[in-house]
Design a protein around this ligand. Sequence first.
Ligand code: MCA
Ligand code: AMP
Length: 520
Amino acid sequence: MPNQNLFVALRDAFPADLDTVAVETDNGLHYSWRDLDRATAMVANLLQSLDIPRAADGVPPRVAVQVEKSVEAMVLYLATLRAGFVFLPLNTAYQSAEIEYFIGNAAPAVVVCSSKNFPWVSQIAFKAGTRHVFTLDDDRTGSLLERAAHCSDRQTPVQRGEGDLAAILYTSGTTGRSKGAMLSHGNLLSNAAMLKDYWGWQPGDVLIHALPIFHVHGLFVAIHGALLNGSKMLWHGKFDPRRVIADLPRATVFMGVPTLYVRMLGEASLTRQQAAHMRLFISGSAPLLIETFNDWQARTGHTILERYGMSETIMLTSNPYRADGRFDGQAERRGGTVGFPLPGVEVRVRGDDGAAMPAGEIGGIQVAGPNVFSGYWRMPEKTAEEFTSDGFFKTGDVGKQDERGYVTIVGRSKDLIISGGYNVYPAEIEGYLNELPGVAESAIVGVPHPDFGEVGVAVVIAKPGAALDGERLLAELKARLANFKIPKRCYVEPELPRNTMGKVQKNLLRDRYQGLFKPS
Ligand code: MCA
Ligand code: AMP
């Protein structure tokens, strides 16, 4: 049986000359393919040498990671695959209550955090029964690398089947409690291999990597894309529009959330000439406004390729890359759409009663394919709720598909705000707000924002006799939750609009605050 470990496929794609540059960082470091091979072997050997009891259910140990972006953090991801362990990336913005939930839920055998967070993260981890807590900083220091330095730089990747668990990505549900989407080696590899072909990756491609590496976009789509093509990455620790624009003449592929494109458009250095060497600009994770799509075309001469995906499914649809009609004559990239179902991915649009919607009619988007996750970590009931009886995953996105097959997303049935590419679940924030002294109830809605696309606005109702201050409430939230989840405004009002059934009419609140961040 061939080893289906994703790492094996990525390693097989390394160029023959291992001494060429694989990653060049924005602070002047160069990593060769040999460096990546050796470093992943050493960290994999370290993981395998740890004293970890075998789980009765046979599920491999989880490695939960909350560290700043660095090449070593990517090495840790690849080493986790190589060792046959399960990778669990966590947003660096998460605070203690959030981390406590993830660690409690996933029961990781290993936790890796930054040294500045070690005091509180290790306390949470040890309390939850995790035996091994390491540190890793973005300057190549920390106990993980110190320990790995003593390990051999040779390692045989652990045998894995395509259905074996490779990663768990936490993503919130409508209840506000996060669920861990379980992705297998086969889910990840099938999607990456298909995208390599669909997006026309070619020899000599160079990727600018400027996204965080704790979500699907930066961790899987970008990294797998480059590695599977043996392509060099220009590695940006933090997104800075000027530095990305400065790198364009040395690169061919860029991936970003819409906010990144909006911010680059704000720079005078973004010109047609500066972008002339580029082959492909890809956008996803949030809706790309048609104005951004058009402005980008006018300014650079490039048509952004928009695609659509989810943590549970990786990539689902994409506008076409090729203009030669190779994929059923689907030639043009259409702004405002997310393109066609990717090869092997089935996408269908269903009404509330489950009936198939005719072309052009709006309904719930359901998907199936080798990329779709197997379920939520230790939540069989939640998993069952999200799949149809014939095995399609209900995305919670609302959209339509036209006669030619283009998919357009028009909204979401899930109560979700996507802000700068990060997901914010109103139910979670409302839960925290409602716990604060003097708060009777609250509602959070998403409104348009010129930079983040959409941001949250909170409306709070005070308990009788309580005097509340919106700014103070936001400060309280900020002490508890990841910063991108904090509503950008908080209004104290006498009551929430409700329908005859007593349900809060969020659409009315949305209408009320629609123009709040309109550029003047
Ligand atoms: C930062 N802030 C935000 C956001 N980011 N507020 C709302 N939404 C955000 N996304 C706030 C902080 O709270 C802070 O506020 C202030 O902005 C500055 O923070 P800083 O970290 O310096 O911000 P930044 O560096 O300018 O970051 C903006 C960013 C970042 C570069 C757009 O948010 C980003 O990298 N987004 C990409 C997310 C991503 O990779 N998504 C892919 C998910 P204060 O000062 O008040 O504290 S994968 C996915 O969705 C699916 C599967 C898919 O299809 O890809
Ligand atoms: P996540 O939970 O981070 O996996 O976010 C997945 C959600 O992001 C999807 O269900 C969509 O609502 C949204 N999304 C991703 N790509 C796009 C896109 N190109 N246009 C609109 N929404 C998108």
